[in-house]
Design a binder for this molecule. Structure first.
Ligand SMILES: Nc1nc2c(ncn2[C@@H]2O[C@H](COP(=O)(O)OP(=O)(O)OP(=O)(O)O)[C@@H](O)[C@H]2O)c(=O)[nH]1
Length: 183
């Protein structure tokens, strides 16, 4: 069966673990060292419902409120993984700013997103509850996942949920498409 290509962009504040979680997923590799990313593309196949998806995953430099969303992060992109650290409220707030920028750049009211609270191993430093992340995700009509790239906890789940969200957006159920009845 032919492979479908899915382009996914990973965005979020600096040092929340974007590169680390991608490396855990793609290369099963974890490093404690921190090297700020400029930009990197990774590839990995994901199998979902008997279909293979060739995922192109774009790792980006940490965002702040002044970082523009450029065409690279929008043209041909089907889904976004927005990452914050559960130990950083400001990084959680940044996911809202980044999503708003994507919506205004693409001129759409909805984009497939998985909201990821990484560093879930840092229990004693937690600043963002799982409930408020779930509430935010619900308001975006998307899913929230807490992960630890350090412990390889829930990393594959992030990408599974991303593929599901993209497939739903490309093939919405009939009622969401506004089905008609022919007599
Ligand atoms: N405790 C803990 N540390 C993590 C986790 N994920 C990443 N880190 C650490 O956090 C630091 C930053 O990780 P990166 O993956 O480089 O973060 P980034 O978001 O790609 O950073 P930028 O390239 O600046 O945007 C590194 O020292 C990682 O080892 C995690 O799940 N738990």
């Amino acid at each position: 069966m032919s492979q479908k290509v899915r382009k996914i962009v990973v965005l979020g504040s600096r040092s929340v673990g974007k590169s680390t979680l991608i490396n855990q997923f793609v290369n099963e590799f974890y490093a404690d060292a921190y090297y700020p990313t400029i930009e990197n593309t990774y590839r990995k196949n994901i199998r979902y419902k008997g279909q293979d998806f060739e995922c192109e995953i774009l790792d980006t430099a940490g965002q702040d409120e002044f970082t523009p969303v450029n065409a690279k992060y929008a043209v041909g992109v089907q889904g976004y993984i927005l990452v914050y650290s559960i130990a950083s409220r400001s990084s959680f707030e940044m996911t809202k700013i980044v999503r708003d920028k994507i919506l205004s750049f693409t001129g759409s009211g909805y984009v497939p997103v998985v909201l990821v609270g990484n560093k879930s191993d840092l229990h004693s430093q937690r600043e963002v509850t799982a409930e408020e992340a779930a509430d935010l995700a619900r308001s975006w009509n998307c899913e929230a996942v807490e992960s630890s790239a350090k412990n390889n906890d829930n990393i594959a789940k992030i990408f599974d949920k991303m593929i599901i969200a993209i497939e739903h957006s490309l093939n919405p159920p009939a009622e969401a498409r506004g089905s008609c009845v022919i007599f």
